[in-house]
Design a protein around this ligand. Structure first.
Ligand code: CA
Length: 232
């Protein structure tokens, strides 16, 4: 995937990490801009043509969360948050505030580029793929018209709630969905943050769609944050 026309804004105050990211982007043929503060990031988001935002949360002037909140007032551009390993709560909050994905430091350039590609693919999908009724990833497929689930070409019998859960993932293939978001979407507001019911629902679904539910191929657990349907 060379000669990409997309421009990435890299917001990172750690020079070493910033250089590492920029080198990887350059190797891959991406164009990029950089910012070391939230203020500078916001001014570039307003004035430049940017396609994907790569955002460190711990910035010197104000929090990256603030950048997400402000950007979401006027733009739907993909936001990938970069944060440290021990900040699970922060990652979940960032996703709930409107970020699309996150990378945990330290990360490899392969991981970084894969996430950016997924973000870009989503950006184009949102525009053109709305009328799609049958979607699949690997051998797992869903028919939105008939409310059916297929695994390797065979229909899988799921409960209405399991279908709703899987449909939610299929509307967000490749994206991390936070536990809080899933509970709100599946059970509705007011259900609180009871994760027990979701965990039970998830394990039931996994028994039906995963060959080895202990090592899921399709729906991965993002520890401390939520779940992700893998884009195969
Ligand atoms: Ca930082």
């Amino acid at each position: 995937m060379k000669n990409m026309n997309e421009t990435i804004l890299v917001v990172e105050d750690d020079a070493q990490i910033k250089n590492y990211i920029c080198y990887a982007l350059k190797q891959e043929g991406f164009q990029y801009l950089t910012a070391s503060t939230a203020q500078h990031a916001l001014s570039q988001l307003v004035s430049e043509q940017i396609d994907v935002l790569l955002l460190d949360l711990g910035l010197p002037d104000f929090d990256g969360m603030e950048v997400i909140a402000r950007l979401r007032e006027w733009s739907e551009m993909p936001i990938i948050v970069v944060s440290a390993r021990d900040q699970d709560k922060e990652k979940a909050d960032a996703l709930d505030a409107g970020a699309d994905d996150y990378l945990t430091k330290p990360f490899s350039s392969t991981e970084l580029l894969a996430r950016i590609r997924v973000a870009i693919r989503h950006m184009y999908k949102e525009g053109g793929n709305n009328g799609q009724h049958y979607v699949f990833t690997g051998g797992l497929g869903i028919d939105f018209d008939k409310h059916l689930v297929y695994l390797d070409g065979t229909e899988v019998h799921v409960t209405p709630l399991e279908y709703s859960l899987l449909a939610l993932f299929f509307r967000n293939v490749g994206k991390v969905l936070t536990t809080k978001y899933i509970i709100k979407e599946i059970y509705g507001i007011g259900y609180g943050t009871d994760t027990q019911a979701l965990r039970a629902l998830m394990s039931g679904l996994r028994r039906k769609i995963e060959k080895n539910p202990a090592k899921p191929r399709y729906i991965h657990t993002e520890i401390g944050v939520g779940y992700r349907l893998i884009d195969e």
